[in-house]
Structures are given as structure tokens and as C-alpha cells.
Design a protein around this ligand. Structure first.
Ligand code: ADP
Ligand code: ZN
Length: 512
């Protein structure tokens, strides 16, 4: 019979009740069944293995990808009196830890995935009773995930050596496809997956094109009291931002891996203790940090993927109070991302491209952001959320479907071999030797775009590429991709968020 976990939940952790799917996950684990738990950041994943670890006989082996994270977890576990240790290259007390393990004096043993390949480690595990394998950040096992780590592939054979020990894989970030792959890679049956709800209704999502990013973020800060995180893409950028944003009058700090460890630790501690600090950080910041009252998360540039965006914005508002997630992006972010995709191994490029596509769809939609975000995690929103920039009425959204159809027609009629610049010149009737020679001035698409619509051509061209309606051939020419047909036939619409022309913006914000 499976024992009742509730009394221990209160006694050890001090919680009166389980949250969300925790009960379901813990119950399955206690019943010894292999499980994949997909739960958003902040949903309380650690408890799902820590509680069983306390209740079950033997030691629970927790695989976790980041040593810093492990030490946070260790402190958390020890703070509630769980007998826990980490076994990593930086731990000097490895001998002592191994002795504690062999003696059955540990409930939890945190290890890095690369241990899995070591024969010594396997012998160690065989030397005492194991209660559970807990695989944290389990998406690292999948090439479809956003953070593939080859060492995670060694876990299945290791766990197979202990067939009677139950497995619990945990991740915050997995679309349906990745989810199925994780389960397969870790030997968990498809029906062993438990997915918790992903919606964070108290977070208001906004996404804007960059205009003057520092100014935009300063405005956001001015409008949003309380602690906040600003994610920037490089170490230098975090420091520059921290400096620029200090002018808002709020205390600011930078946080990145290049800072001296004691400064980094102090900045983090200051932030956790503060009620109004803004921390400008690289994405490494926030993992394992337990600060429930973060009121806003801003991105000064495109995140790596929808998963990463969801995880990073998920650090806002864990206390359930209204919070803001605001992403500022530029076309150059997409260009850089595409360039990076060109540099990864060929077999991973399709997945990476699909990931960028999903992100582009989220960024460029004129519809409900939350709907797109949740759909990515396999959830359908019954109606628009009413709490994202587009639901609340975005001033900058335009329906560009007609322009997109003209663009595609021009690509088609000129033979799917010319670059975006030439296509634009055909559509706007810029006569040249080339257009004369090619006979393109006689085409029905010649000179059919004029006036304000001209400004849409560049963003439309980009949007069509991002949506896979157009692809670039090796010579830089544009040709149709699989999404072209639906747009040409009027079955799919193309809406864009385009920055208002600079001149207009200036006029709007100038004092009268
Ligand atoms: P995750 O790893 O899913 O991001 P954590 O395990 O760090 O989440 O937990 C997030 C927060 O929720 C922590 O502050 C934790 O103490 C708290 N928490 C977890 N389970 C419960 C519960 N049943 N009741 C109340 N608080 C909980
Ligand atoms: Zn919405």
C-alpha cells in the first residue's frame, strides 16, 4: 500500500497542501511508476522528488545539469532537514559523501549527468539501496529540446542497470514533440507523462519592436514599481544597461558569469532582499532563485526560443500578483539567430529553424500572445486572454496579408530566383536595365505597390521568410516555401507589428 504523503508534506516542508499536479506526480512515484512531469517554472518540481525521497527507503539520485543549481537545491533540502549531498567535481568532501551513501545515510544525492558514464559511479550506486532516479531539466536529453546535452543520453543505460528503481523525469519546458522524445529517451511509457497547466494569468505579456531600447525599458521601469529583471544578450550589454537604467532612480545591478564570484553573489543577494531593485542579467540569472515578488521581466532582445521565453518570463509574479513581461526585439536579432542556425550541425538545423519560426509567430502576431504561447505547450485557450498587449489593443498591429500576396506573386512571376531587393523594385516599379532586360516591366505585378504600403515591403519579406512562406536559395534568390500556398490562397493571414515611422513617433512624444 502506498503511504499517505500529506502528513510529511506538512511536517517536513511546512506546506498544508499540494499544488497543482504535485499530488498526482508524487502518487505515481510512490507507486513506483516511471513518470515524466512537465511543470512550469515555479510550479514546485523539486518537491515531487524530495518528498518521495524522504518517504521511500534508500537514496534518491538526482541528475541536474548545473553545479550552481545543485548547490542551491542542496541548501534548500538541508534547510528542511533532508539528508542530502552533492557529488561533483568541485566538492572536496566526495569521499565523505560516498561513505554516507554506502551507509544509507542519504535521502538525496545530486550528481551531474557526466557521472553516468563512469563505471565507478555505477559501482557506487550498486553499493546501497536506491529509492528513485530523478532527472531534472529532462529536456536536455532531447535534440528537439532547446538545451541538448549529450551526457543525458547516458542516463538510460545507467538506469537500465537498476530496472527496479523508479524514474521521475522533470522539465518545465517541452512542447508535445519534445515531450514524447524525452519519454522515449528515458524509457518512460507515453502514458506516464503528467502535464501541468502552463497558463500564468497574472503575467501580462507585451512584445514591441526596439526603437530606443534603453528608453523603452526605462519607461517600463517607471511604470512598474517593484523588483524586476532585464535580460540582455551579452555581459557587456548587462553592464551598459545597468548603468543607463540607474538614471531612472531605481537601484540597479548587473549580473553575469564574468563578474567576480563574490560580486555576483552579492548582487544576487541584494536583489533577492530588495523591494525595488532592477537587475540586468544574462539568462543564467534566475535559475534556482526563489524570489516570488518579481514584478517585471524585460527582454532587451530576442530570447533563444519560446521555451526559454516562457521560462525567463515565468520568473515574474510567482506570488500570483499582477506582473509584466515585456520583450523588445529587432530585425537584427532574427538575422543573428538565423546565422547561428547556419552554424549548428546540419541534422539539428531543421529543429532550430522550426523553433525560430515559432518565436517569430509569437513576436509578429497581432492576435492574443497567450494563445500562441499556450498552444506551443499543447494547451488551447478558450478565448483571448484580455491580458496581453494585443488583447488590450496594440497600436502598431497591421494586417499585411494583401501586401504579402503581392510579394509572393512577384516572386513567382519573376521565376523564384531574385532577391528581396529586386522583388521590391519590381513591385514599386523601379525601372532598371535588369528589369528591362528581363521583361519584368510588362508583368502584372510591376508597380503595384505605392504610398504607405511601400514601407511594409521589407517587414513583409522578413515575415514571409520567418514563416517559411519563402526560402532563400544558395544564390540569395527567393523561392516558395511550404507556407506560401495558404497565404496566396487567402487561407492564412499575415499580420505584423511594425514600428510606427520614426518621424511620427517623434511627433507623438514631443511636448506640445
Ligand atoms: P520549480 O523547480 O518547479 O521552478 P520549485 O521547486 O523551485 O519550483 O518551487 C517553487 C516555489 O514553490 C518554492 O518557493 C517552493 O518552496 C514552493 N512550493 C513548492 N511546493 C509547494 C506547495 N505544495 N505549497 C506551497 N509552496 C510550495
Ligand atoms: Zn491575449
Amino acid at each position: 500500500m502506498v503511504p499517505d504523503p500529506l502528513p510529511l508534506l506538512a511536517k517536513v516542508f511546512g506546506y498544508p497542501a499540494f499544488r497543482g499536479v504535485q499530488a498526482e506526480v508524487v502518487e505515481r512515484v510512490l507507486a513506483g511508476r516511471r513518470t515524466l512531469a512537465v511543470m512550469p517554472t515555479g510550479a514546485g518540481k523539486s518537491l515531487c522528488y524530495q518528498l518521495p525521497a524522504v518517504m521511500m527507503e534508500g537514496c534518491c539520485v538526482v541528475v541536474s545539469p548545473l553545479i550552481a543549481l545543485m548547490h542551491d537545491q542542496l541548501r534548500g533540502a538541508e534547510a528542511v532537514g533532508i539528508r542530502a549531498a552533492t557529488l561533483t567535481s568541485v566538492d572536496e568532501n566526495r569521499g565523505e559523501t560516498m561513505a554516507r551513501f554506502r551507509n544509507g545515510d542519504l535521502d538525496l544525492l545530486y550528481v551531474a549527468p557526466e557521472r553516468a558514464s563512469s563505471g565507478h559511479f555505477r559501482e557506487l550506486l550498486a553499493s546501497a539501496k536506491l529509492s528513485l532516479f530523478a532527472i531534472d531539466e529532462a529536456h536536455c536529453v532531447s535534440e528537439w529540446g532547446h538545451d541538448f546535452r549529450p551526457d543525458y543520453r547516458l542516463l538510460e543505460p545507467l538506469m537500465d542497470a537498476f530496472p527496479d528503481v523508479p524514474r521521475l523525469a522533470l522539465t518545465a519546458t517541452a512542447d508535445a514533440h519534445t515531450r514524447a522524445d524525452i519519454a522515449k529517451q528515458l524509457g518512460i511509457s507515453a502514458d506516464g507523462t503528467i502535464v501541468s497547466g502552463f497558463d500564468r494569468p497574472n503575467i501580462r505579456y507585451s512584445i514591441s519592436p526596439k526603437a530606443n531600447t534603453n528608453r523603452q525599458i526605462a519607461d517600463l521601469i517607471a511604470a512598474t514599481p517593484g523588483p524586476g529583471i532585464v535580460y540582455a544578450q551579452t555581459r557587456a550589454a548587462t553592464e551598459k544597461l545597468a548603468e543607463a537604467l540607474a538614471r531612472t532612480g531605481r537601484p540597479t545591478r548587473a549580473y553575469h558569469a564574468g563578474l567576480e564570484p563574490h560580486i555576483r553573489a552579492k548582487n544576487q543577494a541584494d536583489f533577492v532582499a530588495s523591494e525595488d531593485m532592477v537587475i540586468c542579467a544574462t539568462v543564467a540569472f534566475g535559475m534556482g532563485i526563489d524570489k516570488p515578488d518579481v514584478r517585471f521581466v524585460a527582454h532587451a532582445g530576442l530570447p533563444k526560443s519560446i521555451e526559454a521565453y516562457y521560462q525567463e518570463t515565468g520568473r515574474a509574479g510567482r506570488d500570483g500578483d499582477p506582473s509584466v513581461a515585456h520583450l523588445f526585439w529587432g530585425a537584427e536579432d532574427f538575422a543573428r539567430a538565423r546565422q547561428r542556425i547556419g552554424e549548428v550541425e546540419p541534422e539539428r538545423q531543421a529543429g532550430e529553424r522550426a523553433r525560430l519560426q515559432s518565436l517569430a509567430a509569437l513576436v509578429e502576431t497581432a492576435g492574443c500572445r497567450r494563445r500562441i504561447l499556450l498552444r506551443h505547450f499543447g494547451e488551447d485557450l478558450a478565448e483571448d486572454c484580455g491580458n496581453c498587449d494585443n488583447c488590450l489593443g496594440s497600436p502598431d498591429a497591421v494586417d499585411a496579408t494583401e501586401t504579402a500576396r503581392k510579394f509572393l506573386s512577384a516572386v513567382f512571376r519573376t521565376g523564384q530566383m531574385f532577391g528581396a531587393g529586386y522583388i521590391e523594385s519590381v513591385l514599386t516599379g523601379q525601372s532598371s536595365e535588369r528589369s528591362l532586360m528581363n521583361g519584368h516591366e510588362a508583368l502584372s505585378v510591376w508597380n503595384i505597390v505605392s504610398g504607405e504600403e511601400v514601407a511594409l515591403l521589407k517587414p513583409v519579406g522578413r515575415a514571409l521568410l520567418l514563416r517559411d512562406a519563402l526560402r532563400t536559395n544558395p544564390h540569395g534568390g527567393l523561392e516558395f516555401g511550404p507556407a506560401a500556398r495558404a497565404i496566396l490562397k487567402g487561407e492564412a493571414r499575415v499580420s505584423l507589428i511594425v514600428p510606427a515611422p520614426r518621424e511620427k513617433r517623434r511627433r507623438r512624444s514631443a511636448p506640445v
